[in-house]
Design a protein around this ligand. Structure first.
Ligand SMILES: *[C@@H]1O[C@H](CO)[C@@H](O)[C@H](O)[C@H]1NC(C)=O
Ligand SMILES: *[C@@H]1O[C@H](CO)[C@@H](O)[C@H](O)[C@H]1NC(C)=O
Ligand SMILES: *[C@@H]1O[C@H](CO)[C@@H](O)[C@H](O)[C@H]1NC(C)=O
Ligand SMILES: *[C@@H]1O[C@H](CO)[C@@H](O)[C@H](O)[C@H]1NC(C)=O
Length: 496
C-alpha cells in the first residue's frame, strides 16, 4: 500500500523540543531563498531543493520544511545548516522508518517523514527549532531514473515554498549524448501568467529550462495565492536514436545501454481483458470501465485477437474463443461491454485461470499474448488465499506471456496484485478513483498496445554485475535499459 510506504530521515544527535502546537507561524518566518536545481544526464535526474529560512522572532521557534518529490525518486542526501554547522540526515526505509520516527519524536529528536500524496508525488516533511533571529538552510537531494513511456521521459518538479520568495529559482539542465529530439514544458506552473518567467534554451545535446517568477507573479498566477506558488513544472522530452542497436554510455567503470527501436513492425497480439464486475464496482467505476473498454476495443489492430471475461463469483465469457478484431466482432463485443453490470463477490482465481486457458488453448504462430486483469477488491469468492492464487496463476501461465494487473481504487490488495504481476513478467498499476479513471485505463492500455519485439536477450562481453538482460516483450514507446560494471575495457553489445 502506498500509504504504508514511509521512509525516514533521522538525526541521532540532534536534540530539539518537539511540541504539538502548530509549527507554521509563517508571518514570523521568512523563506528568503528557494532554489531547485535539477540535472539530468542520460535519463538520470539529480534534483536539489535548497530552502533558506530566517526566524524573524526574537525567540526560538520551530521551522517546518515540507516538499513534494516524485514517488519513484529516492532521497540521496538531506542536510540542515544552522549557524554554520551542518547536520546530515541518514536515510532509512519503510516500516523501520515509521517505528524509528515515533521513537525519535518521543525522545524529543528531530526526524523527517515521507508519506504518499496523490498519484505521483510523496511528501517529505521535517521541522527544526531555530534560535531567535537565526537562519536555517534545508537542502534535500533526490535522484531518479526517468522511465520512457509512450515515447517520452517526464521530469516532474513540484514547488510550494508556502510563501512568496524574493529569490526564487528553478533551473534544469538536461544532457543526452545522442541529442534531444523534443522538449516541452507543461504543468500547472506553466500557465499564461507565468510563461514569461519560464525560459528554455536548446543546443544539440543539451537543454536548459529556467523559471524565475517575480514576487508579484508568485501571488498573481492561477495556481497561487497568499501563500505564493503551489504547483508543478512537467518537463517532457525524448532523445534522438540513430543507432538501431541502441546507445551505450560508459562512465567511471560502469555502462548504461538503452535500446528503443521503433522501426520494426508490430506483432499481432492476443489480448484477454478480465473485468471485475463485483458489487464494489457499482456506479462510477463500472461506468468508467465500460467507457475505457469501448475506446480500447476501437484501438485494437485488425490482426489482433481478443477475448473478454467478466467475473464476480461467477465467470462469464463473451465468447469461448479469442476472436479476430474484425469490425463485426468489435461491434458485437461493444454491445457486450455496454451491458456489463455489477453484482456479487470476487473470484479472481477462477477468472484469471479462465483467461490463461483461453490464450493457451489455441496458440497462434507469430503472435504474442497479453493478459490484463482489472479488479477493485480482494478475492472473496472461490479460492481466497492470495498465496494459492499467485501459485496457481504462475503455474498456469508458465512464463509464456505477461499478466498485467490494474488495481482500481483503494480497497484493492495492491501488494497481492503487484506480486502476481511481477511473478508473471508484468507490472501492476494503480487506477485512481477519479473523474479521469477511464483515461488512466486507456493510458495503461496504450503502453502495451503495440508489441514490437519478443524474447529479447542482450549479451555483453567483458562486463559483470548486470541488471536484467532478458525481456519477454518490448512495446513501442518504452525503452529497454541495461547497466553494469565493465571488467574489460572494450564493451560490445549483441542483440537478438
Ligand atoms: C546545479 O547542479 C549542478 C550539478 O550538481 C551544478 O554543476 C550547478 O552548478 C548547479 N547550479 C546551481 C545554480 O546551483
Ligand atoms: C521581544 O520583543 C518584544 C517587543 O518587540 C519585547 O517586548 C520582548 O521583551 C522581546 N523578548 C526578548 C526575549 O527579547
Ligand atoms: C511507434 O510509435 C511511434 C510514435 O511514438 C510511431 O511513429 C511508430 O510508427 C510506431 N511504430 C509502430 C510499429 O507502430
Ligand atoms: C560486483 O558487485 C559486488 C558487490 O556489489 C562486488 O563485490 C564485486 O567486486 C563486483 N564485481 C566486479 C567484477 O566488479
Amino acid at each position: 500500500m502506498d500509504r504504508a510506504a514511509f521512509r525516514l530521515i533521522l538525526w541521532g544527535c540532534f536534540l530539539i523540543s518537539v511540541c504539538s502546537s502548530p509549527v507554521t507561524r509563517t508571518q514570523n518566518v521568512d523563506v528568503y531563498s528557494f532554489h531547485i536545481n535539477s540535472t539530468v544526464t542520460s535519463r538520470y535526474a539529480t534534483t536539489t531543493i535548497r530552502s533558506r529560512v530566517a526566524n524573524k522572532l526574537n525567540e526560538s521557534q520551530e521551522i517546518l520544511f515540507e516538499v513534494k518529490i516524485p514517488k519513484n525518486a529516492f532521497i540521496s542526501k538531506f542536510r540542515m545548516i544552522i549557524e554554520g554547522t551542518s547536520y546530515d540526515g541518514v536515510v532509512k526505509e519503510k516500516a523501520e522508518a515509521q517505528q524509528q520516527y515515533t521513537q525519535a519524536v518521543s525522545r524529543g529528536q528531530s526526524a523527517g517523514l515521507i508519506k504518499s500524496v496523490g498519484r505521483t508525488l510523496e511528501e517529505f516533511k521535517t521541522s527544526v527549532t531555530v534560535a531567535a533571529l537565526s537562519k536555517v538552510t534545508f537542502e534535500l537531494t533526490y535522484e531518479e531514473l526517468l522511465k520512457r513511456r509512450l515515447g517520452k521521459y517526464e521530469l516532474l518538479i513540484n514547488a510550494q515554498p508556502m510563501q512568496t520568495v524574493t529569490d526564487f529559482k528553478i533551473e534544469v539542465h538536461i544532457h543526452e549524448k545522442t541529442g534531444i529530439s523534443f522538449l516541452e514544458v507543461k504543468g500547472d506552473l506553466s500557465t499564461d501568467d507565468l510563461t514569461n518567467a519560464i525560459k528554455t534554451a536548446r543546443a544539440d545535446k543539451d537543454a536548459w529550462v529556467t523559471f524565475y517568477p517575480t514576487r508579484d507573479q508568485q501571488t498573481k498566477c492561477k495556481t497561487c495565492g497568499e501563500n505564493g506558488l503551489n504547483g508543478d513544472l512537467l518537463i517532457t522530452y525524448d532523445v534522438e536514436r540513430q543507432n538501431p542497436n541502441g546507445e551505450m554510455t560508459v562512465s567511471n567503470g560502469y555502462f548504461f545501454h538503452s535500446f528503443a527501436p521503433s522501426d520494426v513492425s508490430r506483432i499481432p497480439k492476443n489480448v484477454v481483458f478480465i473485468i471485475d464486475r463485483s458489487g464494489s464496482m457499482h456506479g462510477k467505476k463500472m461506468e468508467q470501465t465500460r467507457l475505457a473498454l469501448l475506446k480500447i476495443l476501437s484501438d485494437l489492430g485488425e490482426n489482433d485477437h481478443f477475448g473478454l471475461i467478466t467475473f464476480d463469483s461467477r465467470v462469464d465469457l463473451w465468447k469461448r474463443e479469442l476472436l479476430k478484431a474484425t469490425q463485426a466482432n468489435l461491434e458485437d463485443a461493444k454491445s457486450f461491454v455496454k451491458k456489463i453490470a455489477d453484482r456479487g463477490a470476487t473470484d479472481i482465481n477462477a477468472a484469471v485461470l479462465e483467461g490463461v486457458n483461453m490464450i493457451t488453448r489455441h496458440p497462434r504462430e507469430g503472435t504474442t499474448s497479453i493478459l490484463i486483469l482489472l479488479t477493485d477488491g480482494d478475492p472473496t469468492s472461490g479460492e481466497t488465499n492470495t498465496e494459492k492464487i499467485t501459485g496457481n496463476v504462475k503455474e498456469a501461465i508458465g512464463s509464456k506471456f505477461p499478466l498485467y494487473c490494474l488495481g482500481f481504487g483503494y480497497d484493492v490488495n495492491f501488494d497481492f496484485l503487484t506480486k502476481m504481476s511481477l511473478e508473471n513478467n508484468g507490472v501492476a498499476r494503480r487506477i485512481y478513483e477519479d473523474s479521469d479513471a477511464d483515461l488512466q485505463l486507456q493510458g495503461f492500455y496504450d503502453e502495451v498496445a503495440v508489441p514490437l519485439l519478443t524474447d529479447i536477450q542482450l549479451n555483453y562481453i567483458g562486463v559483470s554485475n548486470l541488471t536484467q538482460t532478458s525481456f519477454n516483450l518490448y512495446f513501442n514507446g518504452s525503452e529497454i535499459v541495461v547497466s553494469g560494471q565493465i571488467t574489460d575495457n572494450s564493451v560490445e553489445s549483441v542483440t537478438t
